[in-house]
Design a protein around this ligand. Structure first.
Ligand code: FAD
Ligand code: NAP
Length: 302
């Protein structure tokens, strides 16, 4: 029986593991992939405090070793089912049932991919899913944003701080983004819009040089030269195993209060999987620390 079971070993889960184990809770992190989560796919991280520039795999290694050094246990496997009500709570991993008195959900989220040629090959070489992370690399350069929702428009506006121009490519003739964001974008002289258009291919050998775009009204194609392509065609949380628990919002994110509590006592969530206004390593780590300390207080009162 564990005091605390943490689902997911990204920065949220690893920080929760560090704080949980340091609070003398018998703690386990259950992870289906490599420790570090999305950080493992990030070549350079320039906005994690204390490091001017650190590789994602390096930071993952540091966080992993630090959690293990204080006694946090690590279990490899995919959580497919949970029973979160009452005591003990159970988490199913590959046929094994793990019992715990409290649970932190830190299973993250994934940016939706476009699925076009060049996207995977040039990921981290001009293709990005995170303007906050990578925008500063495009000082004085032309970039493209794909998508027409709040994320695309808001992040596009953010990118104008660095880029010479930001071209939003949207598949319809009206943006989905809320009116106020649209207004700000239309009033920004650095922003351009290409409507009724779909990216067919991201071009470049070692780095992005442009995107091939097809107009879905008349079938014409054009290449838009650019150094960066920011893809914002939606995100999806890794929360399939939580369906039916009543703690998800309509988009599948875990609903939490400010202290990371869900509506089920003893169940907390941290990082990208929750309905958070910022999806970054530093915020995931902060969430993880809060969630672990709240789990500690919950167990004290149990
Ligand atoms: P994740 O990192 O997504 O980790 C969740 C973990 O849970 C994963 O390892 C996953 O395998 C595991 N998991 C999921 N479901 C299950 C299951 N059922 N059972 C077991 N395990 C499961 N942020 C920055 O601050 N700076 C940056 O420079 C930066 N660059 C980025 C670059 C890219 C390309 C991307 C995609 C994101 C970037 N981010 C950056 C965002 C940052 O990586 C995320 O906000 C952060 O990793 C979220 O942490 P997390 O722990 O909540 O989730
Ligand atoms: P979203 O609202 O789902 O928008 C995704 C956009 O990508 C849509 O414009 C969609 O086009 C387009 N798209 C989807 N699949 C595509 C494909 N295969 N090819 C080309 N385009 C594609 O996602 P989001 O913008 O990430 O927002 C997610 C949620 O977070 C929303 O509820 C949003 O309101 C919220 N959010 C809020 C704020 C804020 O309040 N400031 C900021 C960011 C996000 P269509 O329009 O044609 O469907």
């Amino acid at each position: 029986m564990y005091d605390l079971a943490i689902i997911g070993g990204g920065p949220a889960g690893l920080t929760a593991g560090l704080y949980g184990a340091r609070a003398n809770l018998k703690t386990v992190i259950i992870e289906k992939g490599l420790y570090g989560g999305q950080m493992q796919n990030t070549l350079e991280i320039e906005n994690y405090p204390g490091f001017d520039n650190i590789g994602g795999p390096d930071l993952s290694e540091h966080m992993y070793q630090q959690a293990l050094a204080v006694g946090c246990e690590w279990k490899y496997g995919e959580v497919t089912k949970v029973n979160l009500e009452g005591q003990p709570k159970t988490v199913e991993v590959g046929g094994e049932v793990i019992e715990a008195r409290s649970v932190i959900i830190a299973s993250g989220a994934q940016p939706r991919k476009l699925g076009v040629p060049g996207e995977k090959e040039l990921s981290g070489r001009g293709v990005s899913y995170c303007a906050t992370c990578d925008g500063a690399f495009y000082e004085g350069l032309d970039v493209v944003v794909v998508g027409g929702g709040d994320s695309a428009v808001e992040e596009g506006i953010f990118l104008t701080r660095y880029a010479e121009s930001v071209t939003v490519i949207h598949r319809r003739d009206v943006l989905r983004a809320q009116a106020i964001l649209q207004e700000r974008a239309f009033n920004n002289p650095k922003m351009k819009f290409v409507y009724n258009s779909e990216v067919q291919e991201i071009q470049g050998d070692n780095r992005v040089t442009g995107v091939l775009v097809r107009n879905n009204q008349d079938g014409s194609t054009q290449v838009i030269p650019c150094s960066g392509v920011f893809i914002y065609v939606g995100f999806f949380p890794n929360s399939d195993f939580l369906k039916g628990t009543g703690i998800l919002d309509e988009w599948g994110y875990v609903v939490t209060g400010p202290d990371m509590n869900t509506s089920i006592p003893g169940v907390f969530a941290a990082g990208d999987v929750r309905n958070t206004p910022l999806r970054q390593i530093v915020s995931a780590a902060g969430d993880g620390a809060i969630a672990a300390m709240q789990a500690y207080h919950y167990l004290e009162n149990l």
